[in-house]
Design a protein around this ligand. Structure first.
Ligand SMILES: Nc1ccn([C@@H]2O[C@H](COP(=O)(O)O)[C@@H](O)[C@H]2O)c(=O)n1
Ligand SMILES: C[C@@]1(CO)OP(=O)(O)OP(=O)(O)OC[C@H]1O
Length: 161
């Protein structure tokens, strides 16, 4: 069994969609990035890559590559899951937290879990997403950006799997 950890931050700005965990959330600001800036899927991608010592998403999908301009992070996460499987591992579970002062994410969390489980080909009880504010402290508390953190366990597949 191996463990992986991921952390990501994206800035909030006008004229961008807010996409978190593959779910588009109505809000006056969205996250800025080379891709669709899905901060949660990026943290999960980094946790999975870390678990099999495959670096991070910037290594696999460079932000200097036009191929990833406005990329759908669900597609990047699916590719990361393929890397984990190709190294002979199965994902045991993923836990995560989105750090955002606003908007209220609770109404969207069940759908985020469904999307992530679908992309990773897992059951819903293998995926967890939480949300927290930082009580108005720091860059997340001031609403300048949103952060996400993820952790995962992967297990070596047996020959029958
Ligand atoms: N953007 C957010 C942040 C938090 N929540 C939910 O509110 C609960 C309380 O948050 P605290 O930061 O005060 O601990 C938290 O457990 C989340 O369920 C949210 O929906 N959206
Ligand atoms: C996802 C990638 C894709 O080019 O771009 P960004 O949307 O800028 O996101 P980041 O979290 O900075 O990770 C780097 C890149 O892999």
């Amino acid at each position: 069994m191996r463990i992986g950890h991921g952390y990501d931050v994206h800035q909030l700005a006008e004229n961008r969609d807010l996409i978190i965990g593959g779910v588009t959330i109505p809000y006056e600001l969205g996250l800025v990035g080379h891709s669709d800036a899905d901060v949660l899927l990026h943290a999960i991608s980094d946790a999975l890559l870390g678990s099999v010592a495959e670096g991070d998403i910037g290594k696999h999908f460079p932000d200097t590559d036009e191929a990833y301009k406005d990329a759908d992070s669900k597609q990047l996460l699916a590719e990361v899951a393929g890397i984990v499987r190709a190294k002979g591992y199965a994902i045991s579970n993923v836990d995560s937290v989105v750090i955002a002062q606003k908007p209220k994410l609770a109404p969207y969390i069940a759908e985020m879990c469904q999307v992530i489980a679908h992309v990773l080909n897992l059951s819903e009880d293998q995926v967890n997403v939480k949300a927290t504010t930082t009580e108005k402290l720091g860059f997340t508390g001031r609403g300048e950006g949103i952060a996400a953190e993820a952790i995962c366990l992967v297990e070596k597949r047996t020959t029958e799997e």
